[in-house]
Design a protein around this ligand. Structure first.
Ligand code: SAM
Length: 528
């Protein structure tokens, strides 16, 4: 990382001119800035690496950053299959099935088609399998296959021989190898990755310790990339220094080529910590905390985790079960650190045993898992039933409500036309309620927010159409609001790659917004 300096990056003369994009590098003249551009552009981002005891290395903004700005865009150091995955093509990493699979002629690893055999990233496991003396033979494609557990770690280990520069970057990253030792994940890595590599490839190139360190680097720094189904894993260099916050200030997207792009939704001040969310923002605090501790080995102390009401949204709250039936309060954990202790009502101070809370949450979770998510009737039943115990904003109810916003009128504008008025208004109301919650909880979660804005836009456009048919004057307002929401969807989803559903939603929103502008007779098109 280039350090902030007052000396010209080319001739070392003291200088006040600094690169306006990254604010990290100084030049004595425009000529020297131009001379250095080729070398500098790889690092020209408004970020600086800092270190403290709590986070280890982390990134801060090196200047004020405006909404929509790209803060970092970089190619991966390495890509490979997820550790737990059914067999995927070892070339392009796409999912396979019995009819879409051939074997690499040299090593037998499954590929989707002959050209993938020559994919350079496959050469690692291919060469090692050839020197092992017998081919891989995989016959089932539906459940996670143990042989795949080692592939990405193996590809990282091979960098030491094949690409020393990349290896030197990778090996600097956090592995938590000491803290992980003895944990369930570490024991699994020892058997399924370290011992497996040594046994399967009949190879002693690396010690168990070396393999476990690299397996740790993959687990701590790997990003799940949704460009394939199932997603694959990539490790990036600078992006690995980003700290986690459940209400992060950066949005992460991937380009069609697999680069990571990190950008801002709101304003960020110079010196402010830059963060992404390592876990699922739709989960309640207890699940997020558990996941972060198990997989990334830290306790999150962000403002959302430090508040049992989750920033006033009551996202984990349960209805009070006091004998006094009049109480319309909600139960929250008494202790921030121990959600398994008793819960207390925010109105009548009634104390509920954790057993009572756990029982409701467990049942609601199991029923949600077992439920057919695309079924409108099941979703309605779930909301009515669990609405008896859970806060209306509770994470399980919110998840089902998100599904409902997509199910009602699914299939485009013509499908929405056959939806009853009551259902149409429900779709609109749910979108508005959910947007209110998630703008507070996770304002950088642009995929969810963008999709909700799109559904709201669609609902309002249909409301406008019905109003116009009945010569009801309110239709113009509905169309205007619909256009606003289409524009919001575009703003939030514009950096999504075209291959992902969100990229397709964005493309549709652009078409719809144009039609709405025509309907409204507006010529003041916004910048897209
Ligand atoms: C992807 S790495 C981030 C870079 C890392 N700090 C380093 O020095 O390489 C993830 C690790 O950073 C630390 N970390 C990230 N966010 C944190 C947070 N909000 N609180 C405490 N530790 C955090 C944890 O040790 C976590 O396992």
């Amino acid at each position: 990382m280039e350090m902030s300096t007052q000396n010209c990056a080319v001739c070392s003369i003291e200088s006040k001119l600094k690169c306006s994009n990254c604010a990290n590098v100084f030049y004595c003249s425009v000529a020297h800035q131009k001379d250095n551009w080729k070398a500098h552009k790889k690092y020209c981002y408004p970020i600086q690496v800092r270190t403290n005891d709590l986070f280890g290395r982390y990134l801060v903004a090196s200047r004020d950053i405006k909404p929509g700005e790209i803060v970092l865009k970089e190619s991966p150091l390495i890509c490979g299959p997820s550790q737990i995955t059914p067999p995927v093509c070892v070339g392009c990493l796409q999912g396979l099935n019995n009819s879409l699979s051939v074997e690499c002629e040299r090593c037998g690893w499954p590929i989707c088609s002959k050209p993938c055999q020559k994919n350079i990233s496959h050469k690692n496991e291919c060469d090692l399998t050839v020197s092992r003396g017998s081919k891989v033979s995989l016959k089932q494609f539906f459940s996670p296959h143990p042989t795949y557990q080692c592939v990405t770690t193996l590809r990282c280990l091979m960098l030491k021989e094949t690409n020393v520069d990349t290896w030197n970057k990778l090996i600097q990253l956090e592995s938590h190898c000491d803290e992980r030792r003895g944990s369930v994940l570490w024991l699994n890595d020892r058997e399924g990755v370290a011992k497996f590599i040594q046994r399967f490839f009949k190879c002693n190139k690396w010690t168990e310790e070396e393999i476990l360190k690299v397996a740790g680097i993959v687990q701590i720094n790997g990003h799940e990339v949704p460009l394939t189904d199932p997603p694959y894993v990539s490790i990036y260099y600078f992006a690995s220094f980003l700290e986690h916050a459940c209400n992060a200030n950066l949005t992460k997207t991937f380009t069609n080529k697999g680069e990571i792009t990190l950008w801002t939704v709101g304003n960020i001040k110079k010196g402010e910590h830059l963060s992404i969310c390592y876990t699922d923002v739709l989960w309640g605090t207890a699940s997020r905390a558990h996941h972060l501790l198990q997989t990334k080995l830290f306790n999150c102390k962000c403002s959302r985790c430090e508040d049992v009401t989750e920033l006033g949204t009551n996202y984990s709250a349960i209805k009070c079960n006091s004998k006094d039936k009049q109480c319309d309060g909600f139960l929250f954990p008494e202790s921030l650190t121990k959600w398994e202790n008793s819960w207390r009502c925010n109105k009548c101070s009634h104390n509920a045993e954790y057993k009572y809370v756990a029982n409701i949450v467990e049942r609601a979770g199991k029923d949600l898992n077992a439920m057919e998510k695309g079924n409108e009737e099941h979703c309605m039943k779930y909301i009515n039933y669990y609405g008896q115990w859970l806060h209306p904003n509770h994470f399980y109810l919110s998840e089902v409500k998100i599904a409902l916003t997509q199910i009602i009128g699914a299939g485009g504008q013509t499908a929405l036309q056959s939806v009853s008025n009551e259902k149409l208004l429900l779709k609109i109301q749910l979108c508005q309620e959910l947007l209110k919650i998630y703008k507070v909880l996770a304002s950088a979660e642009t995929r969810h927010l963008g999709a909700l804005h799109f559904e709201l836009h669609a609902g309002l456009a249909e409301l406008g159409r019905r109003g116009a048919q009945q010569l009801n004057n309110s239709f113009r307002g509905a169309f205007e609001e619909s256009l606003f929401n289409a524009e919001e969807a575009i703003r939030l989803l514009d950096k999504e790659p075209g291959v992902l559903p969100e990229g397709k939603i964005c493309a549709q929103a652009k078409v719809n917004a144009e039609s709405l502008r025509v309907v409204l007779g507006s010529t003041n098109a916004i910048d897209l």
